[in-house]
Design a binder for this molecule. Structure first.
Ligand SMILES: [Zn+2]
Length: 290
């Protein structure tokens, strides 16, 4: 695994993880591999009772509190209590305030709810005061919650609860979760190795790139095209009013071909202008590889 150049992404991640260790892989047949089996099958404590599971699962405090207790906590939260004070006067509020409070609703027990758009229909979610917010985070880091990512944790909490700025707080919480940082592997594949560009001689390979748009010059130019000879790093620069393929083709012919001859190869970042039909035709006529 450590010597193979092309590995499946999963194996590459393992190879990266293991490369800091000096180790030797020894094959052992299953018949004599009992020592490890013994460790992995070491008996652990009794499984958690179903009752404990439901109790421990999610958001213990919020779910066990009575409506009065939640209402009392909502009123103690300055932001939420302000909404609760303003809501009965909804008709007399300014348009701006009405827009802000449009989605809030107080039920008959005096609890503040907010309408949350769900896939199929709108749903009323209880507004959680600041002092109870940390209990919701167990929906991410409880052993049974599975340390889901930002999006899934948000969706899970958002399906039942609401508090102002919740996406930002949840994202920050998940991002800084110590367990996630220490145990999770990055999901993006590692970057490939850099490949050196081999050049045989002078004027064999030219690089082309466009810079801009810049503020217009006195002659109405907005772009700069740069052609670089790969061996000597000699750069040819010209200002252009636009970045069209026709202008680039004229630069290639007038400033490169007419002065240095036709190079064997052009290297570009494969921008749209370089892949256009005009450029393709120009490169074909010059027998140059792009
Ligand atoms: Zn986590």
């Amino acid at each position: 695994m450590m010597k193979t150049r092309k590995l499946a992404p999963r194996l590459t991640r393992w190879a990266l993880c293991l490369q800091e260790f000096d180790f030797e892989v020894i094959y052992k047949s299953g018949r004599i591999h009992k020592d490890v089996d013994c460790l992995s099958r070491n008996p652990v404590g009794d499984p958690i009772e179903a009752k404990d599971v439901t109790e421990r699962t999610l958001v213990v405090n919020v779910e066990t509190l009575t409506s009065e207790e939640i209402r009392e906590r909502q009123l103690r939260d300055p932001k939420i209590s302000k909404i609760m004070r303003l809501l009965p006067k909804y008709e007399h509020l300014s348009c701006r305030d009405r827009k802000k409070l449009k989605k809030f609703h107080i039920n008959e027990q005096g609890l503040l709810y907010r309408k949350v758009e769900n896939h199929s229909a709108d749903k009323l979610c209880i507004v959680i005061p600041r002092c109870l917010r940390k209990d919701l985070y167990s929906m991410h880091d409880d052993p049974l919650s599975g340390h889901l990512g930002q999006k899934k944790t948000f969706e899970r909490i958002n399906s039942r609860f609401y508090f102002p700025g919740m996406r930002k707080y949840i994202n920050r919480y998940v991002k800084t979760c110590v367990e996630c940082q220490t145990r999770k592997f990055p999901t993006v594949p590692p970057a490939g190795l850099l490949q050196p560009i081999i050049v045989g001689g002078v004027c064999e390979k030219f690089g082309l790139d466009i810079l801009g748009p810049f503020p217009k010059s006195l002659r109405d130019n907005k772009y700069i095209i740069v052609g670089t000879e790969y061996l000597t790093r000699f750069a040819i620069v010209r200002a252009l009013p636009d970045s069209t393929a026709a202008l680039i083709a004229s630069f290639v012919v007038e400033n490169i071909i007419c002065q240095f001859g036709s190079p064997r190869e052009f290297l570009t970042d494969r921008g749209v202008q370089f892949r256009s039909a005009v450029m393709k035709e120009t490169f074909n006529l010059l027998h140059t590889k792009h």
